[in-house]
Design a protein around this ligand. Structure first.
Ligand code: ATP
Ligand code: MG
Ligand code: MG
Length: 383
């Protein structure tokens, strides 16, 4: 395997950057396709990077020529270009998986065939008030109106509380392909990172995610006060959902834990995922290490995916001022057991993920106590 393998990565944001960190430690060259000086390129000096966009076929073709296996840090890539290059280079996970998953409605229609529990949903054939009112009658209120494509960090979701909200909801989303979901009355949101290898489907333990304004804010690993049976059940559901897709690598699976303790899938991503950042400090192999190993057919001992110490991850999101993320990081410098990850994205915009901080401790209670002052700082900045 140590025959100078090269990985091509579509996308050079923070996920690509952390993938490069893992590839670097195995002497695997990672060629990144993105704009000049993107976060992933900044930490990797060689002449194999490609300048351009993962949405441009020509740039994807150019990247394919320079690597042995190609992967993506984002699902919103040109899968037609990937389909074309798949005859000359390995693409992991498969372009078919990425194509189905990048459209949340198609993803759910596909998963439905595999018996994965999900909120009831309806497609909008036309983005008209009449059509949305018809769907509202079928699903009931509140319901979540969602963009099928290009959705992330809740940008693409609109909560429709009653028929009166329909004009505002359509105003916000009418230029996008839409579907609506029945409201999920969850008591907690859970997530599982799944690693698909050439002959196995492995999973990390179940974590708890807390979203604020639809953006992931905190991840508790393992999930707090969740019985072992649910932890196992969530992992099994996540593995079953990911098994419905072709290809190797990391997949992030988001789930709802309902009042009656049953589980529902929220959505899944064909890539490394924010809910798995805790694995960098919390586990022997991070999700990024595992992704690189999975796509290169290298061994992944299941034991290395266990949580070594309870971990809490806090996202640093662009706030009130251009440097508020730096103030949060500065504060974290003095917090024991806090590992700081800044993404070097330049200017902060409100809602933009600028970095994250992970605290590990002997017990979850201790980790909660340690991180609380930092959560207060971050909350103050957003206020
Ligand atoms: P991501 O950044 O995770 O890709 P996204 O923009 O694709 O986000 P979703 O994951 O579908 O959006 O939804 C974001 C959040 O909105 C969920 O984590 C959950 O808190 C809430 N949400 C989504 N769907 C529903 C639903 N049917 N009922 C209630 N809440 C929901
Ligand atoms: Mg999503
Ligand atoms: Mg989501």
């Amino acid at each position: 395997m140590w025959n100078s393998p090269k990985v091509g990565i579509l996308g050079g944001g923070q996920l690509g950057r952390m993938l490069v960190e893992s590839a670097n430690r195995l002497n695997i060259q990672a060629n990144v396709l993105d704009v000049e000086n993107s976060p992933a390129k900044q930490i990797s000096f060689h002449d194999g990077h490609v300048t351009g966009s993962f949405k441009e076929p020509e740039a994807v073709r150019q990247l394919a020529k320079s690597c042995d296996v190609m992967t993506a840090e984002i699902e919103h890539v040109d899968t037609y270009a990937l389909e074309e290059v798949a005859s000359e280079v390995r693409v992991e996970p498969s372009w078919q998986a990425i194509r189905t998953i990048q459209n949340k409605f198609n993803q759910k229609e596909h998963l439905r065939k595999y018996g994965i529990p999900m909120a009831d949903h309806r497609e909008l054939v036309e983005n008209t008030p009449e059509e949305l009112a018809r769907v509202g009658e079928q699903l009931g209120y509140p319901m979540m109106l969602k963009s099928k494509t290009m959705a992330y960090d809740g940008r693409g979701n609109f909560r429709v509380n009653s028929k009166a909200d329909i004009p505002e909801a359509l105003e916000a989303l009418k230029d996008r392909p839409l579907y609506a979901e029945k409201w999920a009355y969850f008591k907690m949101e859970l997530a599982v990172m799944v690693i698909k290898t050439k002959d196995e489907v492995l999973s990390y333990p179940t974590v708890e995610t807390v979203q604020e304004d639809s953006i992931c804010k905190l991840v508790y690993a393992p999930a707090r006060n969740v019985p072992e049976a649910i932890n196992k059940e969530a992992q099994a559901l996540a593995r079953k959902a990911v098994s419905a897709f072709e290809g190797k690598g990391a997949f992030g699976v988001e789930m709802f834990l309902l009042e009656d303790n049953s589980l529902m899938l929220c959505e899944l991503a064909s890539r490394i995922h924010n809910s798995g950042h805790y694995t960098i400090e919390g586990c022997a192999l991070s999700q990024f290490d595992s992704h690189i190993r999975a796509i290169m057919d290298l061994p992944i001992p299941a034991k290395s995916l266990e949580i070594r110490q309870p971990s809490i991850m806090l996202n640093i999101i662009g706030g009130a001022t251009p440097d508020s993320h730096l103030k949060a990081a500065e504060h974290a410098l003095s917090i024991p057991n806090a590992s700081i990850h800044l993404y070097s994205k330049g200017a902060a915009k409100p809602g933009r993920k600028m970095g994250h901080i992970t605290v590990t401790a002997a017990t979850m209670h201790e980790a909660e106590t340690i991180i609380q002052p930092l959560i207060d700082v971050v909350d103050d900045m957003r206020a």
